[in-house]
Design a protein around this ligand. Sequence first.
Ligand code: SF4
Length: 482
Amino acid sequence: MRRPRDRKSYGEFYIVKEFKSTERTVEDINLEGDLRVALIFPNTYEVAASSLGFNLVWKWFNKISQVRCERFFFDKTFDKFYSLDTQTPLDEFPVWAFIMHFENDLLNVLWLLKKKAVPVFNTERRNFDPLIIFGGALTYTDLPIFNAIADVILHGDFEAMMKDLQEVLAYESRERLVEKISRLDFASVPVLRKDPRTVALSDNINFLVPSSPLICTKGEFANRLLVEIERGCPWNCNFCMMGALKKPVRFLDPQILKEILKDHRFVGLIASNVTDYPWLDEIIPWFEKQKIQLSFSSLRLDKLNENFLRFLKKNQQSFTIAPESLSSRIRKILGKNFTDEQILDVLLRARRIGFDEVKMYMIYGLDEENDQDLNQIADFVNEVRRMGYKQIKLSFNPLVPKRGTKMEVRKMQDLKILKDKMKVIKRLLSRNAKVLFENLTASYLQYRINSADEYNSCELIQRLEDLSMNNNLMRSSLDYSL
Ligand code: SF4
C-alpha cells in the first residue's frame, strides 16, 4: 500500500500501522483471494483485540480460497479507514462484514455507513455500494432491526458455514453474490424476503481449533494467546442469550489444548464458564508444571472447588463471581439457582485460601424486586465483610430483557424506578462495598435495539443515526417513550 499524501490520512494510516506493529503472529494467514472482504469490528481497537471471535473469523475467512479478508476497527476520528493487515482503504473492499457482538455497536455501524455515503437502509442500496453482511453473537437469534440494515445476515458459528461459503463466494457482481448467498439455509437476505431456515452450529470445536492466529498486546487479554475451550453453556439462566441460544455445549479436547499451549506461557481461556470444563482438575497440574499464567473469561461459583481456588490464588489477587443477586428470591426468578449457603461457602473458602478481594456481578431492576430484597443485599455484604474481605466490589447491571430468552416478554424497568433503586443500593452498601453501576442510557439503548420489532425498527434507526452523530450518549435525546 502506498503511503497517503495528505496530512489527515497520513496520521490515520500510521495509527493503524502502529496497532498492527504491536501484534505478534502465531499463525501465518494467506491474503490471496480475489474477493476482498473487510471484516469490521465496530468498536475500538482494544475491544476488537479482546475478541477471539474477531481474529478467528479473520483466520477462517481466509481459508476460503476465493476470499481475501482484512481486519478493520472503528474510530470516529478516521476518514479513510485503513485495514490493519495491509493498510488498504475500506473503499476498496466490495464486501463489508460486521461482527455484531454488542447491540450498541450498531450506532458505530450507522455512523460508518453515513460517513461513507452508503445508505443505511438495505432497500436503498445501489449496485455500486458494498455488500453489508452481519454476523457475530447477536445473530443466533433474529433481530428485526438488523433486517432493515444488513443485506445479508449469517446466523451462527462461522466454522460451520465455511463449506457452504466456499461454494458461493466469488469475485462477481453484488446482485449475483446476494442471489447465491440467499440459497444458504443459515443466511437471511431481507431484501429478497429470505429468512434463515437454521442457525449454523459446529458439532465439534476440535476440528478447526479455536485459537487466535495472533497475540495482541492491547485490550482485556493483552499479551495472551486466546483459546476457546467451551462453546455454548449448559446452564439456562432466564435472562441470558448464551444459555438460551448456544446449545449444546461443546468442549475442546484437553490433549489438543495442551498441544496448542506447549509453547506459550501467557494464556486467556475463553468459555461461558471456565469452571464447567470437564478436564479442569486434571489439567491444572499440567498448567502449573508448564508455568502457564492463565486469565479467564468467567467462573461459575458452584464449581469453584478448593483445588481451583488455590490455583487461582497463584495467578491473581482477587476473584470474580456472578451470583446476579444476593436475594435468593430474585435469583430464583433469574434462574440462577445458587443457595445463599453456596455463595457464602465459596466466599469463606476463598478467604481461608488468602483472597481478600472479591468482585460480584449483580442484576437489579426486576418488577418483583422490593425493599426487602435490596436490604438482603446489604445484610449479605455485611456478612462478607465480617469474613475479613478488605475489598468487596459489586457491579450492578439493570435487567435488559433479551430476545430468545425466557425473559424476552418483559419490559425493561422505567428509568426513573431504576434511578431510585440505584440510590437505595448506594445508600445501603456504600459503607461496606465499592458499588459500580452500568450506564442506564447505554443499557436502555441496548434494550431498544434488541427489542425493536419490524414495525418500529425504521423509526428507531433514524433516531439512532442522529444519536450516532452525538458524542455524548448521556446528553442524548433518546427518551423512554420511543
Ligand atoms: S449467565 Fe452464565 S451460566 Fe447462566 S446461561 Fe448465561 S453463560 Fe450460562
